[in-house]
Design a protein around this ligand. Sequence first.
Ligand code: ADP
Ligand code: MG
Length: 262
Amino acid sequence: MSTSSDEKIGSTLAHLTRAMKTPTISRVWEKLAETARDQGWSHEEYLAAVLERQVADREANGTSLRIQSARFPTRKTIEDFNPDHQPGLRRDVLAHLANTSFIPKADNVILLGPPGVGKTHLAIGLGIKACQVGHPVLFDTAAGWVNRLTEAHQRHGGLQHEIKRLRRYRLLIIDELGYLPFDADAANLFFQLVASRYEQGSLLITSNLAFSRWGEIFADDTIAAAMIDRLVHHAEVLTLDGESYRTKTRRELLESTNPMTP
Ligand code: ADP
Ligand code: MG
């Protein structure tokens, strides 16, 4: 190809890739064309290679945008979760949750257990998996959700608007339900959120309290029972137990550095 036709095709492609909003193609077409010539790729192989790079970049960007918008407090992954520390947790159940097929079905996940056993870690890990397969996710603590709903409620017609807006998130994560008790208004708002998601969108809830004690959170056994009823109808409930991972790692660290310990 002559230099002037090289330039012409270059500027045409620059224009076309801008119009198509495909910056990766704009970046890789030339280098891949060289490789294609060197290795004798067919036109179809070259086209596939260029498009593959664009799609891979777009998916990666979409994932990182979704992870940012989800507002996870930290990054934790399922791969970093050590299941040996939770012998009661069935690995097949964990693997099943990690494939995120519960989300299109609008099923829920409830993680119960004392502090430090990995509930938040698993919640974030599953949330990140959901982001990776393309689901919008939003994370907050139970107290954070109540604040958000209370603020919306104070605006005229705001609660229904907010609840409707939240429908675009295929997974809502509610962490630390039970650490702070709710007053009657908060319990009512929270109930409306749970009711609105029933068979419509997934909730992932973590709590330090067994269901039998949820009446204490809402200061009302009836509302707690109505909530649990809706939540567990289509849900995977996992109970984690054992020693706090935080205490365990601290103790192991101390033991390994303390010469007095046998
Ligand atoms: P919880 O939410 O149940 O109170 P976290 O999820 O915050 O507990 O876990 C406390 C700390 O211990 C976190 O840093 C978490 O990453 C870590 N952790 C807990 N369980 C595990 C595990 N099984 N494998 C790896 N890290 C864990
Ligand atoms: Mg936690």
